[in-house]
Design a protein around this ligand. Structure first.
Ligand SMILES: [Zn+2]
Length: 378
């Protein structure tokens, strides 16, 4: 399965690491390309603050700033504002017009962030996959709040799409050579409102539909049935983005539910916490059919495992992080890995900054490998 964004083709499924401020922490664009990544997810809100819209426009957008040949997806910028307001309601409020922020303690000065602002900023970033501003449904919301967040999400998506069309014209994009627009589906786990949200968004028409909200149940466990129900709300051929998902196991299971796009902070965050992802079996022996059968039987633990670099017994282990990995660390010359378990353990132990980069390279290569296996048809 393939998708074309701004005249460039990409194979699906695809995983995008988190490059919040235009950098996947400790890695440069060459590193990202080296492990086979083709896209990154950036954060509109943070980038518009730093380096700022003026600088980004001068540089020609975030891709030029990063010298990144792949594609860039950007979030709406709303999530950071919601999190901020949830922690401290004195900082602003959400209205039908947009997100209001107070600039002073007496709430005298206000700034408004609208769905139109979000789209304009994403054009300033030069994003390839843009996301509509939505009204995130808090997991604790009662039905009244769920209804409000769904109705707002639909109204804002309509406004975002109108602005998107205006900006396409302004920037001279043709019909076949343009960025894509994604609308997240909200409604938490309330079936009626989530179905309504999905139906109305599909009437407006978007390129990709996002899994909005938390895919976690009340016990904090990953909620696969929630993800399945959400996927089933869109027509069979729809493109679906599992926003913020997940571990390799989560990704494989959601791929078979019909999700093709994934972005997640886990592989790089875990890398910085010495948690490395390893295959239990040679990925060369895997393909889509085998993974589909293992996913259906909930047996993916037989494929994916973790290695904790902090363990003392690794101090003298000269082996590769993973015998099945072909990342720059694990690649072997005459049976000797470029970076052994012992060496990475040591680098973490002494707190050298290279440890983050090396561990991230390995984890990201593992994620790319998962994508490669899922693209392989039996
Ligand atoms: Zn590796």
């Amino acid at each position: 399965m393939q998708i074309t964004i701004k005249n460039q083709s990409y194979q699906l499924p695809i995983y995008l690491p988190d490059a919040t401020l235009g950098v996947a922490r400790s890695l440069d664009s060459l590193d990202l390309a080296r492990v086979g990544l083709e896209g990154v997810m950036v954060n509109t809100y943070h980038l518009i603050n730093r380096p700022g819209e003026t600088v980004l426009k001068r540089l020609g957008g975030v891709k030029k700033m990063m010298n990144w040949p792949g594609f860039v997806s950007s979030d709406s910028g709303g999530f950071q504002l919601f999190s901020l307001l949830q922690k401290n309601p004195d900082l602003g409020k959400i209205t039908d017009e947009g997100i209001v922020r107070y600039n002073g303690p007496k709430k005298q000065k206000k700034t408004l962030f609208t769905p139109e602002d979000s789209i304009r900023m994403q054009f300033a970033l030069g994003s390839d996959v843009m996301i509509c501003l939505d009204d995130f449904t808090p997991p604790t919301a009662d039905e009244k709040r769920i209804q409000q967040s769904v109705e707002r999400t639909i109204a804002w998506a309509k406004r975002a799409k109108a602005e998107f069309k205006l900006q396409l014209e302004k920037h001279g994009f043709s019909k076949d050579n343009r960025p894509l627009l994604l609308a997240p589906i909200q409604g938490h786990n309330h079936e009626k409102w989530r179905a309504h949200c999905s139906k109305e968004l599909q009437k407006i028409g978007f390129d990709i539909y996002g899994l909005g909200g938390w895919p976690l149940d009340e016990q904090g466990k990953f909620d696969y049935s929630f993800c399945q129900k959400n996927a089933d709300l869109t027509t069979k051929d729809s493109l679906r983005f599992a926003l913020g998902v997940g571990t390799p196991k989560n990704i494989v299971r959601l791929f078979f539910m019909g999700y093709q796009f994934f972005d997640c902070v886990l592989p790089t965050r875990d890398a910085r916490h010495q948690r490395l992802y390893v295959f239990r079996v040679d990925p060369a022996t895997l393909n889509r059919q085998i993974l589909s059968e293992l996913a259906a039987a909930d047996r993916l633990d037989e494929v994916f495992d973790y290695l904790y670099m902090g363990k003392g017994k690794l101090a003298t282990d000269a082996g590769a992080i993973s015998e099945f990995c072909d990342c720059p660390l694990c690649r072997q010359t005459d049976g000797v890995p470029q970076v052994s378990r012992a060496y990475l353990h040591h680098l973490f132990k002494i707190g050298d900054s290279s440890a983050w980069r090396l561990a991230s390279l390995h984890n990201l290569r593992t994620y790319v490998k998962v994508m490669e296996v899922l693209r392989k048809v039996y």
